[in-house]
Design a protein around this ligand. Structure first.
Ligand code: 5GP
Length: 194
């Protein structure tokens, strides 16, 4: 059986990264480590949180066609290496990808047969007032960054209808239970037979 490729999108503060990391920590999925040109935040490690690349190295990989998808988010480049994902799926591993709406749209357009058979996507929706409270609560970003993220969240929410599934965020445990239920169901698809 091929693994499932589950694309997880939602605004910054939706908890999507926490869901993906927790499923990985519980041994249910392999987390795909993205490449980015942004600077590491305090505590972030190269090769663990992201592959932190210079803009020149990132551009060379784009030119070589190495990315399954890449996009500019909040002024920085982000991308996922195609070979990494296909390799994991063929080993039967479930892969979750925490990416933005642009990235999800480009993977949906991918013609690779393994990617197409393994593909599914879910949007994590957070009511607006709750999202603002969460962004302020984590105290890692400036007011300017918070405002930019709220603005971007509204634009991302408008594209929720492009996704196969939506998870309306309530609390950590509720969200995780529903996320696992989705993964279990997806792993039963007949399209995954090799
Ligand atoms: P952050 O810099 O806060 O870690 O992430 C900023 C945004 O970039 C988030 O919305 C995250 O989902 C998105 N992102 C992270 N990795 C990738 C990737 O590989 N591709 C795309 N398109 N977006 C990504």
């Amino acid at each position: 059986m091929l693994g499932t490729l589950l694309i997880v999108s939602g605004p910054s503060g939706s908890g999507k990264t926490t869901l993906c990391r927790r499923a990985e920590a519980d041994g249910l999925t392999a987390y795909s480590i993205s490449c980015t040109t942004r600077q590491p935040r305090p505590g972030e490690q190269d090769g663990v949180d992201y592959h932190f690349l210079s803009p020149e190295t990132f551009s060379a990989k784009v030119a070589a066609g190495e990315f399954l998808e890449h996009a500019t988010v909040h002024g920085n480049s982000y991308g996922t290496l195609k070979a990494d994902i296909i390799d994991l799926l063929q080993q039967g591993k479930n892969v979750v990808m925490d990416i933005d709406v642009q990235g999800a749209a480009s993977i949906r357009a991918c013609t690779d047969s393994i990617i197409r058979r393994a593909y599914a996507d879910v949007y994590i929706h957070v009511p607006a007032a709750e999202l603002e409270a969460r962004l302020r609560g984590r105290q890692t970003d400036s007011e300017e960054v918070i405002q930019l993220r709220l603005h971007n969240a509204a634009a991302e929410d408008a594209r929720q209808g492009e996704y196969q599934f939506a998870l309306v965020s309530a609390d950590r445990e509720h969200d995780y239970a529903r996320f696992l239920a989705l993964l279990t169901t997806l792993s039963m698809r007949t399209t995954l037979a090799q």
